[in-house]
Ligand binder design. Structure first.
Ligand code: PLP
Length: 429
């Protein structure tokens, strides 16, 4: 796509965009009576207009049926989570038995580590990326301690090289090789939340398996953002949240993927509850846990139907649109954002005077999704405050990064153009 920093270009691009109609399916927040330029779908996705109906359905069934709703509701609550197996498996590239929706993300990460971080005296290390999302860092630290090991020795962090912003893929592979058969588990964010860098999950999984380690990914910033093929990549386990790119509402339920070879291994240790027990005998209320042979075996509790109803509304949209067309538009749209930032840098900024916008997200298509992270050198947080006051809803991360995520499902080329206009006034101040 040949870009231009002109309103007419953005309008024409929107007119040709086959996904532009989806914007109307979402509530767009307003700032000062004007539709906001919303670039934080990577933090909290917007509300689909249909979500209210999906939740209302469950409230109505609950008020009319009481406990009978478990089996008599339009979408019976007993099996509510089962409706996600097919569409969510398509979303992340898995078999339907390898997927379950339950709990919240960090809870699920801990549950998965219970099963897939099984350290021994000789093999007890976890490889992760440096500066992982803090919740993941805390989970890893305490999993290591609960297993009786020392986090300072057991956790191997792979960091960007001195003076670089992103982690080199070759350095991750080298760390795996070097840690070798001491590696119990590799757990990396599939897309780094800070820089937006996408890691080569297939290569990491291969390298991990070559040294006998379990390999899992936190896909909080990947699910609904990039194309995933978890089963074909042979990934052992993964989890993600549904309130970022997946638009399922604040604190929405999380998704879990577990490779079928582990689902079929009923002797694998795990935390358990009745909802993971074989369905046929669940209500006999007998002693002795007999896990289902699917990812559902990791479920402990019955489904939180109200938040799952919001998830259903969102997943139905993804299933209609399909990840392939989203990814196609995503490349054009975030490419346009890069172009606008470059254009402003070229025309209005001066690197020698330390007044410039540094894009710290990889430029390579394979190494990024929607998100573009910039450092506004010479401006700092003041730049972010100006953007927010002008109706650009973006995200500030300490110490100095502005994260912007033009989401192909509801952001437009015009959004990106108008953002550029605001940015231009902000850098001239
Ligand atoms: C957003 C995010 C979380 C948030 O965890 P919750 O359990 O949903 O509060 C955790 N890890 C990563 C990598 C994230 O991006």
């Amino acid at each position: 796509m040949k870009y231009s920093n002109e309103h007419s270009f953005a309008e024409a691009a929107d007119a040709q965009d086959p996904l532009s109609k989806w914007r109307d399916e979402f509530h767009i927040p307003e700032v000062d009576g004007k539709k906001a330029l919303y670039f934080t779908g990577n933090s909290l996705g917007l509300q689909p207009k249909r979500t209210k109906d999906y939740i209302d359905q469950e409230l109505t069934d609950w008020s009319n049926l009481g406990v009978e709703g478990h089996f008599e509701a339009k979408n019976p609550w007993f099996s509510y989570h089962e409706m996600f197996a097919e569409p969510v498996s398509r979303l992340i590239g898995a078999k339907s038995t390898e997927v379950v929706v339950m709990n919240n993300l960090t809870v699920n990460l801990n549950l998965l580590l219970v099963s897939f971080y099984r350290p021994t005296k000789d093999r007890y290390k976890i490889i992760c990326e440096a500066k992982a999302f803090p919740s993941d860092q805390y989970a890893l630290e305490m999993q290591v301690r609960c297993a009786g090991y020392n986090p300072a020795e057991a956790i191997v962090e792979v960091a960007p090289r001195e003076g670089e912003n992103t982690i080199r893929q070759e350095d991750i592979l080298a760390a795996i090789k070097e840690t070798g058969n001491q590696t119990a588990c590799i757990m990396i964010g599939g897309v780094n939340y800070f820089t937006g860098q996408v890691f080569d999950m297939k290569a990491i999984t291969q390298a991990g398996h070559a040294v006998g380690a379990m390999v899992g990914f936190d896909l909080a910033h990947a699910a609904g953002n990039i194309k995933l093929e978890l089963h074909d990549w042979d990934v052992d386990f993964a989890c993600w949240c549904s309130y970022k790119y997946l638009n399922s509402g604040p604190g929405g339920v999380s998704g879990v993927y577990i490779h079928e070879r582990h689902c079929e291994n009923t002797s694998l240790p795990r935390f358990a509850g009745w909802w993971g027990h074989e369905k046929e005998t669940r209500f006999l209320m007998e002693k002795g846990f007999r896990p289902m042979k699917s990812a559902e075996a990791w479920q402990m509790s019955n489904a939180p139907v109200l938040s799952m109803a919001a998830h259903k509304a969102a997943i139905d949209i993804f299933d209609e649109v399909g990840m392939s067309s989203l990814v196609e538009k995503q490349k054009k749209l975030s490419g346009y954002l890069e172009f606008i930032i470059d254009d402003i840098n070229d025309r209005l900024m001066n690197k020698a005077e330390n007044r410039w916008l540094e894009n710290i997200t990889p430029r390579n298509w394979d190494e990024r999704g929607c998100q573009v992270s910039i450092v506004a050198h010479g401006y700092g947080k003041a730049m972010f405050d100006v953007l927010m006051a002008a109706g650009v809803i973006s995200d500030w991360r300490e110490p100095n990064v502005i994260r912007l995520a033009p989401v192909p499902l509801y952001n437009s080329f015009t959004d990106v153009f108008l953002f550029g206009q605001v940015l231009e006034t902000a850098v001239k101040r």
